[in-house]
Design a binder for this molecule. Sequence first.
Ligand code: HEM
Length: 366
Amino acid sequence: MTRHKVLPAAHYAEYLVLDKVLDAQHPRSALVGKQAHDEMLFIIIHQVYELWMKQILHELGSVEQAFADGELDEREIAVVVHRLGRVEKILRLFVEQIDVLETMTPVDFLEFRNYLVPASGFQSFQFRKIETLLGLRPPHRIAYGGKDYKEPFSEAQREELAQMERQPSVFDHVAAWLERMPFLNIEDFHFLEHFRRAVAESVEKDREAIQQTAFLDAEEKALRLRMLEQKATYYEAVLNPQRHTQLHQEGRIRLSYRALLAALMIYLYRDEPVLQQPYDLLNRLMNIDETLVLWRFRHAQMVLRMLGYKMGTGGSSGYDYLMDTVHRHSIFKDLMTVHTFLVPRSALPPLPETLRKALDFHFAVK
Ligand code: HEM
């Protein structure tokens, strides 16, 4: 029988090391004269963010590890989905906490802002780790003033980030997992051919609807038909591998052609039992990406409100730089780009029986 070490009785304050945590707020304004009242809020809110970032890294680290350990079975996917759900909920708090910070007015902020120079969010090592672990890589980053994003950190921290960049990110793992999805071609079922027919039918239905309606005159009909032709070319990224390669080379799509098709098939046939978990996984990643984008946007608006167009203490242009990150630092945008190619599910043929069986759960009846 294994003997467990007997621990001393736990005490709330000791267990949480509250003497350290609650003694970690040192307003700088107090060092040079009168303490600015709102500096306490400013410190605590940043500390709370950093603690939540620690938890996010804990969750994402385990997700990355689960993928790195090899092929995931259904049970492991369920755990990954659950943990990503927790990350999403924490990020929602990130967005909401800005409301608390915005109870500080810009003039109250100016009372102590000068004492913070050159400290800046650019020095949040944990935030950079989260971005890197999720899949943001140097070529996708916006360089501010030609500087490397690692510059504000110690040598050991820079090396840790460089090491993370060399390892597969959550994005890379998910992309590779999508590529391994086995259902694109099974026996006489070829997803791409099904999809090609569904697109042709859906475009044809739209064309007929425009031509037959009595509510548009000839000129408007011609315009709508031209728009429909353009819409049909969107689908080229899926129907034509060369078009996908071109978009991939231009950096407009990061997922490989096969991964893109797999994501599309998961979205379209997500009700099939075996595709429900994969759908939940993709959905969670989209939620995380969307919530991070929301945080970036809320943070940028808050910065505009606090500083107007002043430069940041970290040396960036401030608001304009932050707004650029809203669009450009999204990591799982491809999973949403795939939505461009969705067709009504009613336009898709039912799956052949062999594939339906392969996608179904079978409980043995005794
Ligand atoms: C009055 C409140 C705040 C102001 C005025 C402010 C201002 C700024 C500015 C101007 C930047 C651009 C970098 C620079 O040049 O310094 C920045 C970046 C950043 N801030 Fe804040 N910030 C505030 C609160 C917060 C809070 C509460 C957090 C929570 C962790 C935070 C996290 C960050 C991060 C992570 C970045 C880097 C963003 C990126 O490069 O994508 N900031 N902040």
